[in-house]
Design a protein around this ligand. Structure first.
Ligand code: PGA
Length: 253
């Protein structure tokens, strides 16, 4: 059985007080209204990790994620955050390779491979994001792009390491645009990714890998997306900033 996950990626939003309020509200609503077994993951900005972690103490259904980590373990990298820092404030997950970082920080698959190694060396589950731009999709390069994002960043991992990785398919054209991939489009890609994972790591690992969909997930479209056989949850941006809406997305799992 693979883990169902609803992860909220807050990006560069909220202040400390707003972050604490959002987490408290979601925790209360989910505890009151949701009886399922999905994991609920919050990915706040670095300054809020410790205080959000404090609010999640002893709540096993909830977990903390960092939005990024630096690829070096320590040293003279002003303004950067290391894997040990992230670990020491209680993050159990870390986003790796979000398209905004690929785009604005020029993060390559090779660099992301290093970040995956670092996360796994500290027993932190990477949520490895991949996805095509509209240009790539329209040029018929969808499968090539996805295949190389998966292979070049992940396929050096052994089976045991890979089994700790969560995959998030996030078509770039659907992120923050209000244009969601249809459930059929998303399912097609998820099935393709699972098939590639199976070819590399075998059926057991492929069947246990959680593959999340991200890109304009909201309370209205979540249930339809999550009903697809290869969609194991969502990585949610904008809609994760509203406690009621994010709770409804959790409940859709
Ligand atoms: P969105 O963002 O839900 O606002 O489209 C998703 C993401 O970037 O992870």
């Amino acid at each position: 059985m693979r883990t169902k996950i609803a992860a909220g990626n807050w990006k560069m939003n909220l202040n400390l007080e707003q972050a604490q309020t959002l987490v408290s509200e979601v925790v209360n609503m989910v505890e009151d209204e949701y009886k399922g077994s999905a994991k609920v993951v919050f990915a706040p900005s670095f300054p809020f990790l410790a205080s959000v972690n404090y609010l999640l103490k002893n709540k096993t259904r909830f977990a903390l994620a960092a939005q990024n980590v630096h690829h070096q373990t320590s040293g003279a990298y002003t303004g950067e955050v290391s894997i040990d820092m992230v670990q020491s404030v209680g993050a159990a997950y870390c986003l790796v390779g979000h398209s905004e970082r690929r785009q604005y920080q020029q993060e390559s698959n090779a660099l992301l491979a290093t970040k995956l190694d670092l996360c796994l060396s500290r027993n932190i589950h990477p949520i490895y994001c991949l996805g095509e731009t509209l240009e790539e999709r329209n040029a018929g390069r969808l499968w090539d792009v996805l295949h190389s994002q998966l292979r070049d960043a992940c396929f050096h991992l052994d089976e045991q390491q890979f089994s700790k990785v969560v995959i998030a398919y996030e078509p770039v054209w659907a992120i923050g645009t209000g244009v969601t991939a249809t459930s059929a489009q998303a399912q097609e890609v998820h099935a393709y990714l699972r098939q590639h994972i199976e070819q590399k790591y075998g059926t057991f690992v492929a069947q246990s890998t959680s593959i999340l969909y991200g890109g304009s997930v909201n309370a209205k479209n979540a249930a339809e997306l999550f009903s697809q056989p290869d969609i194991d949850g969502g990585l949610v941006g904008g809609a994760s900033l509203k406690s009621r809406e994010f709770t409804e997305i959790v409940k859709a799992l």
